[in-house]
Design a protein around this ligand. Structure first.
Ligand code: HEM
Length: 181
């Protein structure tokens, strides 16, 4: 059976990405619209804040673990297989955390007239879309085993990790800033 070339994305994957990304963008737009129309009782608000913080620990904690081990790999301190083995089960807390942050964030009644809050929501969309392409990239990297992947894939991995960090830190700092006011 002929081996597929790992440098070339598998057939149909671009369409799958586009569909998943479109679905995420629709979910994001629906949650932003709902957030602008929801009124929450104080007890539910407090419970939502707890869920928001727990989701933050789960989602961002898992992202930090993957990016840290990814950085160790770039410096030659871990193999690619070790990074991918660690990352595989952490997709559940990452996506679960992001979903928990979005659903609880709706109940926290965000002030959508604030530019910073709108920027925070854009960062959340960026994190999700970047996550979809990072998943595809991981699948392609897995074909290389412990061989060094080509430079464009490495650069894409580094750019994706940087974007993810900027998005998470940005959303976290805006959330913290808004909570002070
Ligand atoms: C990556 C995603 C997110 C991160 C890292 C994040 C982070 C945070 C943090 C650190 C706080 C401060 C909690 C506190 O100290 O009281 C916060 C509060 C809040 N977040 Fe998020 N959040 C995220 C997503 C969302 C989303 C999607 C929404 C809305 C749909 C949202 C709405 C809110 C609201 C309304 C508050 C309360 C601010 C206030 O007290 O006025 N967050 N968030």
């Amino acid at each position: 059976m002929p081996q597929s070339d790992p440098a070339v994305p598998p057939r149909g994957s671009a369409l799958r990405h586009a569909l998943v990304s479109f679905g995420l963008a629709v979910f994001w737009a629906a949650s932003a619209w709902t957030a602008g129309h929801v009124r929450t009782a104080p007890a539910l608000h407090t419970a939502a804040l707890l869920v928001h913080l727990v989701s933050l620990v789960a989602g961002f904690g898992a992202v930090l673990a993957v990016d840290y081990v990814g950085a160790l790999w770039l410096f030659g301190r871990r193999t690619l297989c070790q990074v991918l083995d660690l990352a595989a089960p952490l997709h559940v807390p990452i996506w679960g955390g992001l979903a928990g942050l979005t659903l609880s964030g709706i109940l926290l009644e965000p002030r959508l007239d604030s530019g910073l809050t709108r920027l925070k929501l854009v960062l959340v969309l960026l994190i999700a879309l970047n996550g979809v392409q990072a998943l595809a990239l991981q699948r392609r990297l897995a074909h290389y085993g412990d061989r060094r992947p080509p430079r464009p894939l490495l650069l894409r991995g580094a750019a994706s990790a940087l974007l993810s960090q900027l998005g998470w830190w940005g959303a976290l700092l805006i959330g913290f800033h808004n909570a002070q006011g």
